[in-house]
Ligand binder design. Sequence first.
Ligand code: ATP
Length: 433
Amino acid sequence: MAGQNSKDVMEKLVSLCKRRGFIFQSSEIYGGINACYDYGPLGVELKKRIRDFWWREMVQLREEIVGIDAGIIMHPQVWVASGHVDSFTDPLVDCKGCKNRFRADELEGDRCPNCGGELTGARQFNLMFSTHMGPVEDQASLIYLRPETAQGIYVNFLNVMNSARLKIPCGIAQVGKAFRNEITPGNFTFRTREFEQMEMQYFVKPGSDDEWFEYWKGKRLEWYHRLGLKSEKLRLHPHKEDELAHYAKAAVDIQYEFPFGWKELEGIHNRTDFDMARHIKHSGKDLSYFDEKVKEKYVPYIVETSAGLDRTLLTCLVDAYAEEEERVVLRLSPRIAPVQVGIFPLVKRDGMPEVARRIETLLRPHFHVFYDEAGSVGRRYRRQDEAGTPYCLTVDSQTLQDDTVTIRHRDSMEQERLKIEGLPDRIRVLIDR
Ligand code: ATP
């Protein structure tokens, strides 16, 4: 998919996101603000489900990985130590004609892609947002909004190791907002200036880092498969020497084939002891670790898995979007679908709404359900197809006789009849399979 077609798909998705309440333009009643978005009722549920799925696999199911939630604002020296003040830059060029700005490394020729005008020479532009803390706006109060969540983990290394009594190899995970003053945001929520990261920093003995790097490459790719993304649209892209970030010895991206090309979803980096060594130097604190097993003291190496939550959500939507003859359907995995079960009375009479409400009460504590009695049942199915709801239950006249309902499967549109009392178990099995 390229050119017009790819634009079409993205445009349709943007419009579906607004219509159905996944994603809205930020501050829309004021004309919006470039590349800033808000999540609506369905979007916030989808986001939560993806975040929870990540947390489950990266923290809950692993005894050697724990979570933290560090602040967005940190001591400004953190960003000096991490190298972000000096090196977290992209090369910026301006068009002398239309005044648009571009990332020099993303341009194909040496003319403005917008108007063909002449471009200025490239200058390094720091991507960190800065602001001031306290009432005095001087250099001393200059602070930054974190451009990555990782540093909050490194500076808490000792606190976490001591309080959670972890032994290397072990990891610290965090999900939270990060901010980057991107020169060219775009492609809907693919690149924004405010976004959420899901990061895990894995601390290992130097010398075992290459092995752990390989391990996490495999594990993380598997996670995207389990998230339900199409296998043929996922690939690993190793970084060449000249692509490596300032902190990395080796890096690989997990990429997805979007309508606008193969793009990064997650970066897996061997950060060596770069960050820890820098924090030792700048803070004057000893962040080394005494390894009881080998009776050796060392500064741990770090293998990082760094994913974007908003970008993963967009990927799930792009991957799930399908147009069929008589419907638009989001084939989201039942694990992450914002609504898991739609519940409908066939008609608004004969006691059917009462039975449907009874089913709603039975299921609501266990699943994300949505009750709907408006319009024809066919239209109600279509509405749920578009929202990605995998299962819909309908109460009909037979229900009143034998306590069974139909369950309609979103993807196959097939229906089966089930006893009401067996619904929680059956739906659980369907979602977890
Ligand atoms: P790029 O080179 O595309 O700017 P990056 O290599 O700097 O990205 P990382 O620093 O590795 O990205 O960030 C890890 C993850 O965070 C990315 O894989 C992506 O999912 C997410 N991410 C980074 N920047 C943004 C952004 N501006 N908007 C949305 N998600 C982002």
